[in-house]
Ligand binder design. Structure first.
Ligand code: DGL
Length: 259
């Protein structure tokens, strides 16, 4: 099946990266809206317009399912896209439920973009999980900028994270939930900064499992490389320098995969 993965930029590659490991026989399209990244600091109306344009392009590619590998786009636009199109549309959900189920009575810090943490979707999730006293939200917008320029573990990244997380009293927390797909690139620096008891949870496996469930795909653990076509805002990526840039992101994700 031809499956599209869509993100504002390079964060969604982390979800695709996981999918290629367990669905090597499928054909993937990766659409990064590089002309408009970041989404998280824009208005919800602007983001809805970007997602709408990306979906028009992806539907024209005759894909069988679309994974919105972006928490921000999911928060703003997945409902509208599901009303408009009948194919399976899988969104991202922060792994808050997993964190609360695994570590009851402990707090969870959900890091995401500004749009995601002010959006109705995450507050509904917190309410449904009765987690008002356990979930704290934190915007880390600069991580999106760092990731887009392949700056993963510089001194500036570490300082930014140390400053932003300095106020947390970690003894009350069990875990940090990555509520933005771009944050997967920083697992090593986060591990370095957080106390050893803190777990880092992402939503990638949950999202790919949901894709499998909705499409009846068969997971396979074969050593086969899935076919992926890359697009930046609707333009096929063929330039050698751009393909090398993508390779660097994927290499980084390989390093972060088991952390
Ligand atoms: N990767 C995105 C997310 O998961 C958004 C990053 C951005 O464009 O601000 O939220």
């Amino acid at each position: 099946m031809k499956i599209a993965f869509f993100d504002s930029g390079m964060g969604g590659l982390s979800v695709l990266h996981h999918a290629t490991k367990i669905l090597p026989q499928e054909e993937f399209i990766f659409f990064a809206d590089e002309d408009n990244v970041p989404y998280g600091t824009k208005t919800p109306e602007e983001v809805l317009g970007f997602v709408d344009a990306a979906f028009k392009f992806l539907i024209a590619q005759e894909v069988g399912a679309i994974v919105v590998a972006c928490n921000t786009a999911t928060s703003v636009a997945v409902k509208a896209m599901r009303e408009k199109y009948s194919l399976p549309i899988i969104g991202m959900e922060p792994a808050l439920k997993v964190a609360l189920d695994t570590f009851p009575n402990k707090k969870v810090l959900v890091a995401a973009t500004a749009i995601t943490i002010t959006g109705e979707k995450i507050h509904r999730l917190i309410k449904n999980l009765h987690a008002e006293n356990f979930a704290e939200l934190k915007a880390l917008p600069r991580l999106v900028e760092f990731a887009e320029r392949l700056e993963f573990n510089s001194a500036a990244v570490e300082k930014y994270l140390r400053d932003e997380l300095a106020a947390c009293d970690w003894k009350n927390f069990s875990s940090l939930v990555l509520g933005c797909t771009h944050f997967n690139y920083f697992k090593d620096t986060l591990k370095k900064i957080l106390p050893p008891h803190m777990k880092i949870l992402d939503g990638n496996a949950g999202t790919v499992n949901e894709l499998i469930r909705r499409t009846n795909l068969k997971p396979e653990h074969a050593e086969k490389i899935s076919s992926v076509k890359f697009f930046y805002s609707g333009r096929r990526v063929t330039d050698a320098a751009e393909l090398l840039r993508l390779k660097k992101f994927l290499r980084r994700l390989d390093e972060m995969y088991t952390l």
